[in-house]
Each structure stands twice: as structure tokens, then as C-alpha cells.
Design a binder for this molecule. Structure first.
Ligand SMILES: [Cu+2]
Length: 193
């Protein structure tokens, strides 16, 4: 199959990179294949924060929750994509949760109100969380028409998301730039942001 690479840069109107933005690609005119979970997906809890602030995981992935704090946490989500709660004793590790349905899963802690994180459970093999420079590279996308979507909890857009269609040509690196307004975070999301 002829494939293309996609290079996406996400930043605000002031030029500041939007770290943690989730970039996802769906095929247009043909079904997007289901993602296959591979490797280990982890959300750490340290210094009374989740790390990372935004995670991208394929539907069907098991995510390991780890607690490095000397206190306990009580992780929960009310998301339609996954309702769960998890009691983690201090320094407790290796409790995993299966995320089998695509959607945004906000995470909170019943004990620490300021602990907030997000999981974007995606239904495509081509999705990734932007690095500190707001940058994502996705490899091996079939050439042709695609929809590129960008999601971040603080985007000031409907659904906290923006998307556009484009056509990827084979063997070239296709570059896209998204400039999108952000709202002020309700609190300091911490160093995992
Ligand atoms: Cu907690």
C-alpha cells in the first residue's frame, strides 16, 4: 500500500505551542482500520498530579495506573466512553483498566480535586499526543483523502476540537499547521502538561 507521512504543528494565535493536543487521522472514502493496541500504556500519579495530562490510546488498550505518591488516590471517570473507579493505595502500582470504546475520558481523583487528566481513546491507528513543541508526526497513512482532527481540553472551539480535510500524496511528507484559540486553564495542570 502506498503510504504517506503527516507532520502536524498545533499552536495558539500567539504562536505558543499547544502541547498535549491529540492529532488523529481518519480516511475519507474508505473505512479507517481499527487500531491494534501495542506496547504499554501508563498513567502515573506523582506529586498529586496525573502524568501525562493528555494521553492518546487506541480503543482496546489496557492502561496501567501507577501511584508513586506516599498517599492514596481514588481515580474515577463518569465518561460515557468509560465509567470506572480505581482505589490506589500509596505507592501502589500495576492496576490496569481496559478502554474498549472510543471517546474522551476525563479523569479525576475523589481525594484530590486538583488532579485532572484526559484520555483520548481513539478509533484509528493514526493518532498521537503532541509533544512540548505542539508537534506530531504520523507515519504510514494510506495516500488519498483524509480528515485530520485536533483535540485538546482547552481549545476554545465546539467540542474542544478542530478538523480539516486534505489529500495526502504518497512518498511525500505532508505538513499541516493548525492555529486555534485556547481558553485559560481553570488551574495549573502541573508539570505533566
Ligand atoms: Cu488523588
Amino acid at each position: 500500500m502506498r503510504a504517506a507521512d503527516l507532520d502536524v504543528q498545533v499552536h495558539g494565535p500567539d504562536g505558543a505551542p499547544i502541547a498535549g493536543a491529540v492529532v488523529a487521522v481518519h480516511l475519507v472514502g474508505q473505512p479507517t482500520p481499527r487500531p491494534r493496541p501495542a506496547g504499554t500504556y501508563m498513567i502515573d500519579q506523582q506529586d498529586i498530579q496525573f502524568h501525562p495530562f493528555v494521553s492518546t490510546v487506541p480503543a482496546g488498550a489496557s492502561v496501567m495506573f501507577m501511584n508513586h505518591d506516599p498517599v492514596r488516590h481514588h481515580v474515577y471517570s463518569f465518561s460515557p466512553a468509560k465509567k470506572f473507579e480505581l482505589k490506589l493505595a500509596s505507592k501502589q502500582q500495576n492496576q490496569s483498566v481496559l478502554f474498549d470504546k472510543a471517546g474522551i475520558v476525563p479523569l479525576g481523583c475523589n481525594i484530590h480535586d486538583r488532579m485532572i487528566a484526559y484520555l483520548d481513546v481513539v478509533d484509528t491507528p493514526w493518532a498521537k499526543t503532541a509533544d512540548a513543541s505542539g508537534h506530531v508526526v504520523l507515519h504510514g497513512i494510506p495516500a488519498g483523502a483524509v480528515t485530520i482532527s485536533v483535540w485538546h481540553p482547552y481549545l476554545r472551539t465546539p467540542g474542544n476540537s478542530v478538523s480539516r480535510n486534505t489529500v495526502l500524496s504518497e512518498s511525500a511528507v505532508h505538513a499541516e499547521r493548525f492555529v486555534t484559540p485556547m481558553r485559560t486553564p481553570p488551574h495549573d495542570p502541573g508539570s505533566g502538561y
